[in-house]
Every structure is written in C-alpha cells, then in structure tokens.
Write a new protein. Structure first.
Length: 283
C-alpha cells in the first residue's frame, strides 16, 4: 500500500514515520509513505495556498489549485482513492479501513487547515470526505495518521500475529476483552483467577463474557449495529450467549461441587489477605 499525505505541516510526520511498527513496515517494504508539502504547490512568488471565503466569514479557506496539483502529482496507481480529512466527513471506522486495505493500492490523504478546503476539491477530486470523530481538530494531520495506522496494520506482514487482528475490538462487532499481565497481585488487586487456571475453554468463555460486558458498558450502540447489519451476526450472537450460559453453568457446578470450601472468585481484591478473612464462602 502506498500512502501519500498532502499537508501544510510536513514536519508533523517526521518522527511518526520512523517510529514503531510503521517504521519497520516501511523498512520492510510492506507500505510506502510520501509526505507532500502543500506549500511547494502554492501560487506565485509567495506560494499562496489560501484565501478569504466567498460570502464572507472569519478565517481563510485552502484554495483548490495547489491541492489539485498535489493530488495529480501524487497519483501513481490505478487503484487509488483520494480522501479529504474534515470534521464534515463520514465517520471513519474499522469496516471502512478493511474495505480500503482490500481494494486500494494507493491512498492520497488531503489534510485540511484553517477554515477548511474549497468544496470543489472535496466534490470533484476526492472519493471520500472522512472525519475521525465528532470533534474539531486544528487540521487533518492527526486524522490522516489515524487512517495510515488503521490501514497499515491490516496489510499482511505489518502486524506480527494475524490471529490477533481477527480477535480484537470491532472485528467481532464487540470491544476487546480486558488483558492482564504480571504481577498476579498488584497492590492488593488480583488478576481474575480463571486466567491463571490453565483451563483454555473457561478462559475463552470468560473473555467472551467480559467483551460483552465492556461493550454493554461503554458502547451499547455497537451491539445494535452488529445485530442490524447481517443475519450472520445472529449466529455469532448465539455463540456468545452460549459461552455466557456455559460460563455461569461452570461457576454453579463448581460451587456445588466444592461446597463451603469453594474460593470466592467474585473478589478480585485480595480482601482475604487485607482483612484476615478465612476465605470461605457462605454458599
Ligand atoms: N480536521 C479537523 N477535525 C477533524 C476531524 N474530526 N476528522 C478529520 N479531520 C479533521
């Protein structure tokens, strides 16, 4: 994938492009990244890129000529899409990232500044106008980088373990389950016991349950969207609910089998140590 970013702040990308997995992906040739300084396509001796708005109003608007010249300069591939970054665009999301990763060889990202970009560029030279969220940034640079990162990590070879891509947030229509690492007990807060049990089936059930809980807590809208989207989501939902059912079934069975000596897995805080309790449950 070739990314071309058209910007008035080329220096913004200097450290980003050499850092982390993106830097490695560029070195390995999985992705290519070119930054185009819009000023070099500016008009006249002063390389003018903006002007006052027709109809009046505060602030300056980016003129179409420099942007279109930069797009025409950047475009090299047949399967190329031009995206204009602006708060007025359609909302960026994982599904769109996947579609573009699959169907494009080149993405040209045009970063707006000031009061925006002359609408003729958006209407007649861009394929999409994209917003990364319902808030207004000072320009499109951060949004462009969000797009580079979300697409780059879908390109084979960029992220180490492709399995992790399938399991993560949004790919299943749910947020990701919580992750824990060492130490098992941090200042009295314990890692949930099930994750240390070695029982992979129970761990998978627990993770499904937690993903569902987090989604309900933080993004209930995702559940409605995924259910509406296609009937295949219904079967996926049945799998999730089955896991939920099995998880509770396991807990109940364990409690009954272990009787009064069953450890209380519902407490993640090490209350037993802290308060000198015997650790026996009452049920
Ligand atoms: N430029 C300013 N705000 C933006 C946003 N939310 N998304 C994309 N580009 C922007």
């Amino acid at each position: 994938m070739q990314f071309d970013i058209i910007t008035l702040l080329p220096q913004f990308f200097t450290s980003l492009q050499s850092a982390g997995l993106i830097g490695k992906a560029i070195e390995a040739g999985h992705i290519r990244l070119r930054i185009h300084d819009l000023r070099t396509f500016g008009i006249g001796r002063y390389r003018q890129v903006d002007d006052v708005a027709y109809g009046g109003g505060a602030g300056m608007v980016l003129r179409p000529e420099p942007i279109v010249a930069a797009i025409e300069h950047a475009r090299t591939a047949a399967r190329c899409r031009v995206l204009v970054l602006s708060p007025q665009g359609r909302l960026w999301h994982q599904r769109l990232a996947r579609e573009l990763a699959r169907t494009c060889d080149q993405l040209i990202l045009v970063c707006g500044r000031y009061e925006g970009i002359d609408e003729r560029v958006t209407q007649f030279w861009a394929d999409m106008e994209i917003s990364i969220g319902d808030y207004v940034l000072m320009g499109g640079e951060i949004a462009a980088w969000v797009i580079v990162e979300t697409i780059a990590r879908l390109i084979p070879g960029v992220v180490g373990n492709p399995e992790s891509l399938e399991m993560e947030s949004f790919e299943q229509g749910l947020l990701d389950y919580p992750q824990y690492t060492r130490p098992a007990n941090f200042r009295g807060y314990r890692v949930p016991e099930v994750l240390r049990s070695g029982d992979h089936a129970r761990i998978a059930q627990w993770r499904r349950l937690q993903a569902l809980k987090k989604t309900l807590q933080n993004r209930p809208d995702l559940l409605c969207t995924s259910l509406q989207r296609s009937p295949t989501w219904v079967s996926s939902w049945i799998r999730w609910l089955t896991a939920l059912e099995q998880f509770f079934h396991n807990i109940t069975v364990q409690r009954v089998e272990e009787g009064v000596d069953a450890p209380d897995h519902t407490k993640t805080r090490d209350e037993k140590d802290a308060h000198g309790s015997s650790g026996r449950t009452t049920g």
